[in-house]
Structure formats: structure tokens, C-alpha cells
Design a protein. Structure first.
Length: 571
């Protein structure tokens, strides 16, 4: 049976490519055995020594398609964000990228004409077809999603290197962990790279009795990433200390440092890590906060402010003098809000000075100062220096003590706009915190413009969220908080590929904005309690954190479970 039209075109393309000569083409064209399907590929590879990829290129050219080598493509959970994995596996297709508004999809069967239309209906995007080997696509599904940076090879090397040592860990010297101890260096880099690609905010390296656990905090929730042999701990911690120039022989005291990661990686990653080590009961633990220098600040409207809060906050940051305070726990987005506010009011005619520990993002047009407590450069001494440097706006990273609080209030009273952060639970308790620090009530009332308490809540995944009708306690909470009840969303317990099976993707801010008014000033002067200040602020139009979180539930941005988990209902 002579070659069919398509098979003959494939052979002709191989001749054009210089992989077959005219005699080989003639012998193939006159063969009587059936060479349909994969039989031609098999024959070309076995008898004519044509590689599998050359066969794919020839087939693609014969069909006017582009070839794609799926074997070199890295599958991640994000691969199946637009097209479900089950559909891809069933139809032997693989989404491999996007160009503009068009999806690039690798097909195993080029003659399946209805599939591109189905995918276009499913995603709302036109499809560009690429041709791939069926075996390569099947292999990708057999392996499952790969990690952004695999650990298996490094862990295996570490097992060889650390598996046969004696039980005694001994004293660690600089020579024990140097540039030549390959696996540990690779491991430290991989932990950081993997965390960055997964959208981690903090990396926790925690020594346990028999092993070391590495956990990543993603969208405010910790996930276990890796378990390592106990003996690896001291070497890994020492490597991280070397990366941020800390004393590796000092293991009894906490230390703080900073890793400029681009010095240690060949990948194009411009990120810094704020590192904190601490002696724990089973060895030294490390926590690293990732500061992505490539990430620019978000505009204020993207931070989750309600329209009413945004208008009031913008009015405050445009005042000529006074004090604006942001409060909330660590990791509640205070720094990002401050930077976004500064970015909005940063113009050539305004001088802005910042005192930070550490400098998290560098913004053009800002004069930023890094604190250095060891040499006496503290927030208080930086503030004193700034007052002699003719600034219009001063940002102080954090008010931690009486001295800083005093100078900050003084600056706000002498014609400067002062912006800072404080660790309190809500806006009204900020006043009590300042009086506790020894600031006089009349100074607080005359300097304070507004206090913004904030939290970050996980956004419910838009792809797989489920609509429900609230009943019982849920309905009661909604009606009490915002006087409304209607359909809301809950997270899908199974999740989807887009949210990594968690039901949540990304985060949104909730805010409690207490803006100063005459009634509030009187109450502060009379040393009213936080509960009384809260009532006055609510009469002045303040929405509490709980009310704002429930409004986000109403808008379909998050779930009631997430709202209650972050902020308890108002009394």
C-alpha cells in the first residue's frame, strides 16, 4: 500500500530538511506495508535514524502548524488556570502560553477540528494550535505538576553528604559552610526561589526534635514545604547567616540581617530578604520576609478601600500638617498602604523624608534612611535630624517608644505631615497606646488627623466560589453589621487549579478609618476610654473593621468565615 498524501508530504519535508535523500524517499514511497498513524514515525526513527523531534517538525510543516517540544515545557499548577486539567488529559492537549489575547495550545491530534472551538468557548480567547508528540503530552500528565524549583535532587545530595555523619553536631566554623559546600548553597537558593515563585511573603525554617521543617506563608496562611534531616539545620542556618553578613558563631542571641539575593543567583530575581534568626529549644530558627524590589506600589484604589473611606483618607493625606497613624498586626499591609499614599502625593514641589527599618521598597523622589541601632541611628535620632532638613512630609517606620512618640507629635504640631505605624488592634485603642507611652492628651488631640486600622483578608477564588443564601447566625451577623442580608459566596472546599485547591486566591484590605472631629477632640482631652471614642467615631461616619469586612462579603470579594476569622463581631 503506497504512502498516503499526508505521509508523502512528511517524507518530502524531511528531504527538504536534509534528513532523507532522494533514494530513501523513493524506497519509502514504494513500500507496500501500512505506514499510517505512528507506523511511519517508528520506521523513520528505527531504519532511517530520524529523531522524534525531527519527525514532529516535518509533520508540523506538512500540516502548516508550528512544532512544540512539550518535553522541555515545565507544567505548574498555573498551567491549568484557564483550561481544566481533566479536559486537557482527556483530549491530549496542553496550554503552553499566551500571546496577547490568544492562547497557545499544544495538540497531539492535528485532525481534531472541533477542539479549538470548544477551548475558545471555554476561555473566551482565540486559540493558536501547536503540534506536539502524543507521548510527550501523556508523560506530562503522568508526572503531574512540577515544582517551580525542585528539591528532590538537592535533598538527595544532602542525604549523601549528611547521612553518614556521627550524631554529634560539633562546633560550626566558617570553613564548614563555604562556597564549595554545594548542596547546602543550592538548598538555600532553592528554598528562596521556590518561595518567591509561589507568591510567599515569609519563609519559616523551624528546627524540631528530629528534623527541620520549612514552611511558607502564602496569602496569610502557612503551608509546609519541606522536611530535612536534623543535621542539615546548623549548616543551612550558617549559610543564610553568611548571605546576610551575620556572626555564624553566635548562636545564643537573636540576630537581624538582610540578604540581597541577586548576589547569589544567576536568575533575574531582584529581591531582598529581611532575615531574623532566633535561638529555639531544638536549635536556631530563621524567618525571612521577602521584599520584592520589582513589585511597584499599588495605587490606593487597588488596596480595598471602600469609596467612602478612600475619599476621606485622600483628604487626610493632602493636609499640610498633622499626624496620620496606621495600626494593625505584622503583615497586615500597613507599609504598602503608606507607600501607596506617599506615591500619590509625591510631586517635585514636596520634600519627603522616610526613616525605615528596613527599607522595603525604594521609591523615586523619596529620601529614605535605613535605621542602624548598633551605631545609635534610631527612629528618634532620625526624626531629630529630619526636623533640621526642611521636609514637608515625614514617614517614620514605627512608633515603638516614648521618645519617638514625643518627637513625632512635636513634628506634627510644627507644620509637618507625619505618617507612621503602631501596633494596636483597632483605631480607637491607638489613643490609649499613645497616652500609655507618655504623650499628653491635649497634644494627641491637636496633632491627630486620622487613624487607619487595617487587616488583610483572603479573596475568595472567582473561578470556583459557590453562592449561598445565608441563614440563622450568618444572616443575623450580616443584618446586625450592615443592615442587609442576601446571597453571599463561600469558598469551594475542593478549590480549583487557579487557586491551588484552597478556594482562595490573593488578598484584599479592610480598613477602619477614624478621622478627627470636634467631638472626638473633646473626648480625647477628657481622657475618654477607647469604647467611648469608638462610639463617637462611629457617629462621625467610621465603619468598624468588622463592618468593612462584612461589606467585602456583600460585594463577593471574600467569605463570611474569613471575615469572622480576621475580626470578631462588634459588641
Amino acid at each position: 500500500m503506497p504512502l498516503g498524501k499526508i505521509q508523502l508530504q512528511i517524507v518530502n519535508k524531511l528531504v527538504d530538511m536534509g534528513r532523507l535523500d532522494a533514494d530513501q524517499r523513493t524506497s519509502l514511497a514504494t513500500r507496500q506495508d501500512d505506514l499510517s498513524g505512528d507506523a511511519l514515525d517508528k520506521l523513520l526513527q528505527e531504519e532511517f535514524k530520524v529523531t522524534a523531534f525531527q519527525c514532529l517538525v516535518a509533520k508540523a510543516r506538512a500540516l502548516n502548524l508550528s512544532p512544540f517540544n512539550v518535553a522541555h515545557y515545565r507544567v505548574s499548577p498555573q498551567t491549568f488556570e484557564r483550561i481544566p486539567q481533566d479536559f486537557c488529559q482527556e483530549n491530549l492537549v496542553l496550554p503552553v502560553g499566551q500571546v496577547g489575547d490568544m492562547l497557545l495550545v499544544a495538540f497531539a491530534n492535528p485532525f481534531e477540528v472541533t477542539l479549538p472551538t470548544k477551548i475558545q468557548e471555554m476561555t473566551g480567547k482565540p486559540v493558536i494550535r501547536l503540534l506536539a508528540r502524543e507521548k510527550d503530552i501523556k508523560d506530562k500528565f503522568a508526572k503531574g505538576p512540577e515544582k517551580a524549583a525542585g528539591f528532590d535532587d538537592v535533598v538527595q545530595q544532602i542525604g549523601v553528604e549528611f547521612g553518614h555523619e556521627g550524631e554529634g553536631e560539633g562546633e560550626l566554623k566558617d570553613d564548614d559552610v563555604n562556597e564549595e559546600s554545594g548542596p547546602i548553597i543550592q538548598l538555600a537558593n532553592r528554598i528562596i526561589e521556590d518561595a518567591y515563585f509561589n507568591g510567599t511573603s515569609d519563609i519559616h525554617i523551624e528546627p524540631q526534635e528530629k528534623e527541620i521543617i520549612v514552611r511558607n506563608r502564602i496569602d496569610g496562611v502557612c503551608h509546609e514545604k519541606l522536611r530535612l534531616p536534623k543535621k542539615v539545620g546548623p549548616a543551612l542556618v550558617a549559610r543564610l547567616k553568611i548571605m546576610c553578613n551575620l556572626d555564624i558563631s553566635e548562636r545564643r542571641l537573636p540576630q537581624d540581617g538582610r540578604i540581597v539575593f541577586k548576589q547569589y543567583t544567576k536568575k533575574n530575581l531582584d529581591l531582598d530578604l529581611r532575615v531574623s534568626t532566633a535561638p529555639l529549644n531544638h536549635g536556631e530558627g530563621v524567618v525571612m520576609r521577602i521584599l520584592d524590589k520589582q513589585k511597584t506600589t499599588l495605587p490606593l484604589p487597588a488596596l480595598g478601600f471602600s469609596e467612602e473611606n478612600l475619599a476621606r483618607y485622600r483628604e487626610c493625606i493632602r493636609q499640610p500638617y498633622g499626624m496620620i497613624l496606621h495600626c494593625g498586626p505584622t503583615g497586615s499591609g500597613k507599609s504598602m498602604t503608606l507607600y501607596s499614599a506617599l506615591n500619590e502625593i509625591n510631586t517635585p514641589d514636596i520634600v519627603i523624608r522616610t526613616a525605615e527599618d528596613p527599607i522595603e521598597y525604594t521609591l523615586p523622589g523619596l529620601n529614605q534612611m535605613q535605621m542602624h541601632r548598633q551605631i545609635g541611628l534610631t527612629f528618634a535620632s532620625a526624626l531629630r535630624a529630619f526636623l533640621r532638613q526642611d521636609p514637608d512630609i515625614i514617614l517614620v517606620g514605627e512608633i515603638r517608644d516614648k521618645e519617638t512618640a514625643g518627637i513625632a507629635v512635636e513634628a506634627a504640631l510644627t507644620g509637618h505631615l507625619l505618617i507612621s505605624t503602631l501596633h494596636t488592634n483597632d483605631a480607637p485603642t491607638t489613643v490609649s497606646r499613645l497616652t500609655e507611652m507618655g504623650v499628653e492628651c491635649f497634644m494627641i488631640s491637636s496633632s491627630l488627623l486620622c487613624v487607619c486600622a487595617q487587616r488583610l483578608m483572603r479573596r475568595v477564588c472567582k473561578t470556583c466560589r459557590q453562592q449561598i443564601e445565608p441563614i440563622g447566625r450568618e444572616k443575623e451577623i450580616l443584618e446586625k453589621a450592615i443592615g442587609w442580608s442576601g446571597p453571599i459566596f463561600k469558598a469551594n472546599p475542593k478549590g480549583c487549579p487557579k487557586c491551588g485547591g484552597s478556594g482562595y486566591k490573593g488578598r484584599v484590605g479592610i480598613h477602619e478609618l477614624m478621622v478627627s472631629n470636634e467631638e472626638l477632640i473633646d473626648a480625647i482631652n477628657k481622657e475618654a476610654e477607647a469604647a467611648e471614642l469608638k462610639k463617637i467615631a462611629m457617629r462621625g461616619g467610621m465603619k468598624t473593621l468588622h463592618q468593612d469586612s462584612v461589606l467585602k462579603v456583600k460585594e463577593g470579594l471574600t467569605t463570611l468565615e474569613e471575615a469572622i476569622a480576621n475580626v470578631p463581631p462588634d459588641m
